[in-house]
Design a protein. Structure first.
Length: 175
C-alpha cells in the first residue's frame, strides 16, 4: 500500500474525516425544519394518489411547560400500579416456577447397606429422600444418582460414565 505513504493522500483523507465529523456534529444546528415539514411533499403525493383521506382526531393537549407528566393519566392509573405484584420486572414471568440450577457436585461412591442405597456426594453421605441444596435424591442406581427439584430431573454420575434415561414412575393399573 504505497498510496498511504504519500503525504498528500494522507492529508486529504484526514481533511475528509474532519469535515465528516464536523458535518455530523453541527448539522442539527444548520437545519431549522422539523421532520414533519421535511416529509410534507411526500404526504401531499400520497394524498393525491390515495384520494380523500379521513382526518385523524386532534391530538390531546400537551401538558403545561412546567409539568413533566400528565397528572390526569397518572391519577387514573395509580390504583393499578399500586396493585401490581412486587417482583423483579426483568425476570421472566414463570421464573418462580423454574427449578434453580444444580450446583456442581461430584459423586464419589455408591453402595448398598441393609437394602438401602447410599451415595457419597462431595463430602457427605446421602440416602433416597435426602435434600441437597433444594434437590431431592429420588433414585440411587449402581453408577448414578437422580435428583429432582420442581419436576426437573438431573443425573449425577461418576466421571466418564454413560448417562441413562431418567427413571420413569411405575405404572399404576386401573380397575
Amino acid at each position: 500500500m504505497k498510496i498511504f505513504s504519500n503525504p498528500w493522500i494522507v492529508g486529504l483523507l484526514a481533511a475528509a474525516a474532519v469535515a465528516s465529523v464536523a458535518y455530523q456534529t453541527f448539522r442539527p444546528h444548520w437545519q431549522k425544519t422539523s421532520p414533519a415539514a421535511a416529509s410534507q411533499p411526500f404526504a401531499l403525493i400520497a394524498q393525491a394518489l390515495a384520494g380523500p383521506v379521513a382526518t385523524a382526531p386532534p391530538p390531546a393537549p400537551a401538558p403545561a411547560p412546567g409539568t413533566t407528566i400528565d397528572s390526569r393519566y397518572a391519577e387514573s392509573h395509580l390504583s393499578g400500579w399500586i396493585a401490581t405484584p412486587k417482583r423483579d420486572p426483568f425476570l421472566p414471568a414463570n421464573a418462580g416456577l423454574l427449578a434453580p440450577p444444580m450446583k456442581p457436585m461430584k459423586l464419589k461412591a455408591i453402595w448398598r447397606q441393609d437394602g438401602v442405597g447410599m451415595a457419597a456426594i462431595d463430602r457427605a453421605i446421602y440416602r433416597i429422600g435426602d435434600v441437597i441444596d433444594g434437590w431431592t435424591i429420588t433414585t440411587i442406581n449402581d453408577n448414578e444418582v437422580w435428583l429432582e427439584n420442581q419436576g426437573r430431573k438431573e443425573r449425577l454420575g461418576f466421571a466418564g460414565s454413560e448417562p441413562a434415561k431418567p427413571p420413569q414412575p411405575a405404572a399404576v393399573a386401573l380397575k
